[in-house]
Ligand binder design. Structure first.
Ligand SMILES: [Zn+2]
Length: 326
């Protein structure tokens, strides 16, 4: 059982947020031990004639996993985000290194909830006004890839990458036609910037729309170098495919976009310490749980994507992913 100091630390960092306020209106709640008859801890209102108490997991990621201890859930999150373990490896690590025994299903439930969290986080982030006004990068590269096939249909993904930090954004598109590339690129990069691309004709609109296109024609053995190289983008495809395959068996699945987002999150946070990466994940969770409109409760039908639906037909069900067994 976690001690009170540990819980207070989690509370201070936002990992265990507790209720926003007591129903009496008071915003100050203390973490304290439950009565002597009951073990465990709670949040308790400090107002003298109120003293209401609330479950320690109230308003947190952990409320979905009441059969698991709080620190075990954090360990499982670490296995996924930081170690990139598939479920089998996570189970082995927890048993051998942490003396924690959980079934594959318990671990799988947490992995699934993490994918949903990260997916929703990116929807909110990319649609937010703050993101639209965020300072943008100096050098970009853009590339598109026939990333995978699902039900024998090609799934195209387009990315833009900051060639300095290697941070990237990506999206599934219907095809590599200019109209689809333009929709994505102009959302993420304001005109006036340099954009490095290969020789594909789908980028020819850039110059007429206020961008400086630095074109490297691979057919003429021109790949660019340094900040201008097209390899920045091309490497991302391999990184993403490897990230996904290390945890999951297959990317030929309708949950593909969730896997892609999860890999994007892991990659873009890869230089953070374990603690900061886990904190980042919980910040994402807190952000989306404050947006009730997104209905993050148990409605799986939300987790679909228009582009993928159009490509694959809405009838396909969201499959349960099978994890990589290696
Ligand atoms: Zn109160």
């Amino acid at each position: 059982m976690e001690g009170i100091e540990y819980l207070k630390k989690l509370n201070a960092s936002g990992i265990l947020p507790g209720p926003e306020n007591c129903i009496c209106g008071n915003k100050n709640l203390n973490i304290q031990k439950l009565t002597s008859k009951k073990s465990g801890f709670c949040f308790r209102c400090i107002v003298k004639n109120c003293k209401r108490y609330y479950p320690i997991r109230a308003n947190s990621f952990f409320s979905k996993f009441t059969h698991m201890s709080i620190d075990s859930v954090i360990e499982i999150i670490k296995c996924n985000l930081c170690f990139k373990f598939n479920i089998k490896k996570a189970k082995k690590y927890l048993a051998e290194e942490k003396n924690i025994l959980y079934s594959s299903n318990s671990i799988r439930e947490i992995y699934k909830e993490m994918r949903k969290t990260i997916y929703l986080y990116y929807i909110l982030k990319y649609e937010s006004e703050e993101f639209a006004q965020e300072n943008r990068w100096a050098y970009y590269a853009a590339d598109e890839s026939e990333f995978t096939h699902i039900n024998n249909k090609a799934i195209w993904v387009v990315n833009v990458i900051d060639t300095n930090t290697k941070e990237f954004r990506l999206e599934v598109t219907k095809s590599r036609e200019a109209i689809n590339l333009k929709k994505f690129i102009s959302k993420f990069i304001p005109p006036g910037n340099f954009i490095i691309t290969d020789g594909w004709a789908g980028y020819s609109w850039l110059n007429d729309n206020g961008y400086e296109r630095l074109e490297h024609n691979h057919g003429q053995n021109d790949w660019g170098s340094g900040n201008e190289a097209t390899s920045h983008s091309e490497n991302i495809w391999n990184v993403l495919k490897n990230e996904i395959k290390s945890t999951y068996k297959s990317i030929q699945n309708k949950d593909f976009l969730y896997l892609l987002r999860e890999a994007e999150f892991k990659y873009n946070n890869r230089n953070k310490s374990y603690q900061d990466m886990i904190k980042e994940f919980f910040d994402c969770y807190n952000l989306i749980s404050n947006f009730d409109d997104y209905g993050i409760e148990e409605d799986d039908s939300f987790y679909t994507n228009d582009t993928l639906n159009n490509l694959l037909g809405e009838s396909s069900e969201v499959n349960n992913l099978s994890e990589n067994e290696d």
